[in-house]
Structures are given as structure tokens and as C-alpha cells.
Design a protein around this ligand. Sequence first.
Ligand code: HEM
Length: 316
Amino acid sequence: MKYQDVIPEQAQNTILCTVNFKNDVDTNEVLEVFKDFCGRLHPTLNSMKIRFPFDNFKFVMGIGSNAWGRLFPNSEKPKDLKQFNDIKGKNKTAVSTDGDLFFHISADKMDVCYEMMLIIHKLLKNVIDSVDETHGFRFRDGRAIFGFVDGTENPDIEEAKEVVYIDNHEDPYFGGTYVMAQKYIFDLDLWDSLSVEKQELVVGRYKDTDLELSEDKKPSNAHTEISKAHDVLGEEVKIMRANIAFAEASKSIFGSYFLGYSKDFSITLQMLKHMFEGKDNNEYDSILDYFNPITGNLFFVPSFEQIDKIASGDIH
Ligand code: HEM
């Protein structure tokens, strides 16, 4: 099984790109162009890794629910692939936005990310419209845009594979996964008006050392407390997360691009509901006083076997 590079490792640079297939182009034409793209993808990624062996190049492509319905009406949809619905929260809404294809491209050099975007442009430009393109960077020593280390409680590599890849052999999309992609705008000035101690209560970790606050100090609506998900037995369940920092400082635009990879979208959904709607005592995640989501969509990330089946027309 050849999986896509879905276990995010921090690279110096990232491009996150969401596109729609054009509505005014005939679906058969879109399909032919996309099949050609899928047929070229594996060799293209091999070529990128040959050309840029020292740049930590990684690539993921996800397919949205509407695109699946339009291009492959005769093939069963991946089980969890549905259009993400708004979650109306107590102070913010986790919005649902458009997206037929999603690209998560990372490398230590931005021009390597761009090189891949150039190939996407050359092969797909006649059939796609851009929804969003965000250029992100690794911030300081691996911190999210608000200055706290990101990824500490992520599963390690072996556990991550179990958490991320669909491992049920009965599932026709074995080896694929799902990614929830959400772009958040960050209120830097409001955040900076808080003391470090207050910020630490919002996150539930110490800013400098990244140590977790002890249970008696951590508020129940701290991000790292309220966002947790549990199975029916009450055991904590994890997904693979990343927050990519982005900014255009002269325009006062700051943000975090959240990515949640999981073989089971219900876990990510449970986390989102806890954050936006609150848990037990009805409080929402206090991180949402400083972050506002402006995009949100779920994508299925096929394995390379499945990408080859798209190319050959076996998924149709
Ligand atoms: C504005 C966007 C977000 C930022 C800046 C952010 C940042 C962070 C940081 C700094 C941590 C602590 C270090 C770590 O374990 O990674 C963390 C933990 C966590 N975040 Fe987020 N996060 C964001 C959105 C989300 C979303 C949308 C979800 C769920 C869908 C989520 C779920 C979690 C979980 C489950 C933990 C670990 C809790 C634990 O076990 O301690 N986060 N986040």
C-alpha cells in the first residue's frame, strides 16, 4: 500500500490550496483532465523527490464530497465523505466553505512548494477556479501563530499511522484517510493584550516550557482540555493535527491553518463540537475568543492505488 504523505512533519514552508472544478466546463472534460492529472501524480512526486532530495518535500491531495458526486457518480463515496456542515457555536461558527480539491504541499524551501504548484497549474488550470491559497511558515521553534508550541500531544509516527490510515480491509478505501481543513484568522492585538499567565490559561500549557498546567490550574474550557475526544468507553482518542502559521503583517492579517487527519471523521467532529458548542458545563473553547474560522471543509485523501484507479477509470 502506498499512502500519501499524510503524517505532517513540520517543514519550513507550506502551501495550502483549495480549488473548485469549474461549473461551466463539461463534466466529462473535467474528468478527463483530472484522470490525466492522477495518472501523472505518482511519477511527478517521484521526480520532485529526485530533484529536491534534501528539501523535505511532502504532498497531499484531498477530494471533496461535491467533486466526488460530480466526477464518480457510479462509485461508492468514501464512508465519511460528506459536505461539512456549519457548527453554530456559542461565540463563533465553524463555517462550511467550498472545495473540490485540496492540496497540502510542504518543503523546507518555498520555491520547491511553488514548483509543485506550477505543475498543478499547468495540468489543471483549464478546469479549476481557486478558492483559497495560503502560504504558511514554520514559526520560531515550531509554534502556532499565537506563540505556543504546536503538536506536542500528537501521536508518534507508529501510532499516527494507526490513527490516520483507514485500516478496515472491508473498506473499499483502505489506506486512504480524511482531512479537515480550516483557516482561522487570529486577533493578534487582542491576544497580546493578555498577560502570559492569562494566555497559558487559554491554552492549558506553559508558554515558555510547553509543559502542561496541572489539573487544579487548568480551566475546563482551556483549549487542550475541552478539545479532547473520547470513545464510548471513555478512552481518549486522537487524530493527527497541524497548525500552519501564516501572516501578512503589513495588512494586519495573522492566522492559523488547522489540519486534522483521521481515518474516522467522527473523532475530529467530536473535537470541533466540544470546541464550538461546548461540553458538559456548556462553556466553549476559550481559544475561539482569539481565532475566527473563515473556511472549513472535509476531504478524502486517497491512497496511490486509489489515485491509479481514478486514472484508469476503475473509480468512475
Ligand atoms: C486556531 C486553531 C488552533 C490552534 C492555534 C491550536 C493550537 C493548539 C496547541 C498550541 C495545542 C497544544 C500542543 C499540542 O498538543 O498540539 C493544541 C492541542 C490540541 N488541539 Fe488545537 N489548535 C487549533 C485548532 C484545533 C482544532 C480545530 C482541533 C480539533 C478539531 C484541535 C484539537 C486539539 C487537540 C485534541 C489538542 C490536544 C489536547 C491534549 O491532548 O492535550 N485544535 N492545539
